[in-house]
Design a protein around this ligand. Structure first.
Ligand code: NDP
Length: 512
């Protein structure tokens, strides 16, 4: 893999061009695995948000971008997929050094999904019902009726630091597929891959269709989501910030989609194949050091299997190799920052204080060659109850809570006893039992004998406080369109119009 040499400077990306921030300020981006400075990035202020939104507005209002025929739009989406492939190595590198994603995951998973997402959207666009003709109806009488689906306009996307480039594409791809324009504000820890992505995409779309502003969420994020010229907001991040965003977006009644936190229940049933369920459950919770919203952080284990499951979980966890995420041999990378590390350690402390038993990990880790990085041992607690802080709050770190249960009805109740509803999982060899339990789980995705298996043609999003709306799948296209009903009466005689008699009961006298 090509390794970037020295500290790079990254300007904003507005109107198809790299541009410095109006105030001339920058902020630093550090490698979470080594603590090294990797980039100085332009720190946008309100003037830059204004410029980016105006550029997106003009591209929407004044160019033919929104009216491209589906065939041409599909062609552009395929061209974007191609450009991502061409720049794969650089994108994977930027993602790895800024977010701490292992290079194995970023290359094999994220990049593959991104390329496929644009191709999938291209396919959907060709089939999308942009205009539907309604059948004739007795009321209001003979008429031609269409339902047109149109782009919403200027979209603001605010993205998190955990999977920055993949999550950015979940917003960019459907927005562009439907003819919208977009301004993205990536997380301040991880803006690099999104800036690169915008440059790549701008090769195949008009200037202003895609813009990126970088800087503090509290300032420019809020300016963006409350901007009167922004029509739609798409956010991924914490539930707390999601609530602020929803409230700010309500000021101008913006269409809003939110993909928020999770505390996903992972249920091992008594007949589960443990050779699959044990590694599968660890993959579900420790991928990306647990910094994934859909991680299976509450593992429900039946009394009968409890001791064996715990023994095997601990033994397998101890084989995971922490290291620099750029190293192909690394299984577990860093967490994003010192602040995040401290937050995770404080949850581990709370777990011990509230009576859970620490059976694995629990401490920060020093990785040779990465002494300034932020690593935490994959951690497992047993004797956890669903009321404990570690079972209720999103830790966003490599911490698994094992919770015992005895009956299936009881475990369904415990699984649903959370404010979140993003994902859930079931391990069993009885498919009927699996579907019966899946029906009862209040979550946007249920994996049976698997975890983290996101597909570009399947919707992803949360029940309850895990969010509103869906990303990926055909449903995501609906989230970036609005519908218009167009009616033309086919009744030439005024007196036969259904509305005539309603208002003009005395009209005969006045006519003629
Ligand atoms: P945030 O929700 O604060 O950040 C997500 C994005 O929102 C970032 O781009 C951030 O910008 C931006 N932002 C922050 N505040 C505002 C605001 N007031 N208005 C508009 N945009 C804003 O996540 P954190 O980074 O603080 O992480 C905290 C916790 O959130 C984690 O520990 C985890 O529990 C959860 N989280 C969940 C994610 C998920 O996928 N569900 C993803 C990330 C975090 P900036 O980076 O500049 O602050």
């Amino acid at each position: 893999m090509t390794v970037q040499v020295g500290v790079q400077s990254y300007p904003l990306f507005i109107d198809g061009k790299r541009q410095p921030a109006a105030g001339g300020e920058t902020f630093e981006v550090l490698n979470p695995a080594t603590g090294e400075l990797i980039a100085n990035v332009a720190k946008a202020g309100e003037a830059d948000v204004e410029k980016a939104v105006q550029s997106a507005r003009d591209a929407f209002d004044k160019t033919d971008w929104k009216g491209l025929p589906p065939k041409e739009r599909a062609k552009r989406l395929h061209a974007i997929a191609h450009e991502i492939k061409v720049h794969a190595q650089e994108l994977v590198y930027l993602e790895t050094v800024s977010s701490g994603a292992t290079v194995r995951r970023a290359a094999a998973n994220d990049l593959t999904l991104m390329v496929d997402l644009f191709k999938t959207m291209a396919k959907f666009v060709l089939d999308y019902p942009f205009s539907e003709t309604l059948p004739s109806a007795p009321f209001p009488g003979p008429s031609h009726n269409f339902v047109w689906r149109e782009p919403i306009g200027v979209c603001a996307a605010i993205t998190p630091w955990n999977m920055p480039m993949l999550i950015a594409t979940w917003k960019i791809a459907p927005a562009l597929a439907m003819g919208n324009t977009i301004v993205i504000k990536p997380a301040s820890y991880t803006p690099l891959s999104t800036l690169k992505l915008a440059e790549i995409i701008s090769k195949v779309v008009p200037p202003g269709v895609i813009n990126v502003v970088t800087g503090p969420g509290k300032e420019i994020g809020e300016a963006l989501v409350s901007h009167p010229k922004v029509d739609k907001v798409a956010f991924t991040g914490s539930t707390e910030v999601g609530k602020t965003i929803m409230s700010l977006a309500s000021g101008t009644i913006k269409n809003t989609t939110l993909e928020l936190g999770g505390k996903s229940p992972n249920i091992i049933l008594e007949d589960a194949d443990l050779d699959l369920a044990i590694p599968g459950s660890l993959f579900g919770v420790f991928l990306h050091s647990g910094q994934l919203c859909e991680s299976g952080t509450r593992l429900f284990v039946p009394d009968k299997l409890h001791d064996e499951v715990v023994k095997r979980l601990v033994a397998l966890t101890k084989t995971l190799k922490p290291g620099n995420p750029l190293d192909q041999a690394t299984d577990i990378g860093p967490v994003i920052s010192k602040k995040q590390k401290e937050s995770i350690l404080s949850y581990i402390k709370a777990g011990k204080k509230e009576g859970a038993t620490l059976v694995c990990g629990g401490k920060e880790l020093t990785v040779p060659g990465c002494e300034e990085g932020h690593f935490i041992e994959p951690t497992i607690f047993t004797d956890v109850t669903n009321e404990m802080t570690i079972a209720r709050e999103e830790i966003f770190g490599p911490v698994l809570s094992v919770i015992r249960y005895s009956e299936v009805d009881e475990v369904v109740e415990l699984a649903n006893d959370t404010i979140y509803g993003l994902a859930a999982g079931i391990w069993t060899q009885d498919v009927n039992q699996a579907y019966a339990v899946a029906r009862k789980l209040r979550a946007g995705v249920v994996w049976i004998n698997d975890w983290h298996m996101l597909r570009n043609d399947a919707p992803f999003g949360g029940y309850k406080q895990s969010g509103i709306g869906r990303e990926m799948g055909k449903h995501s296209l609906d989230a970036y369109t609005q519908v218009k009903h167009v009616h033309t009466s086919m009744v030439p005689d005024l007196h036969k119009r259904s509305w005539y008699q309603i208002l003009f009961s005395n009209s005969e006298q006045g006519e003629g």
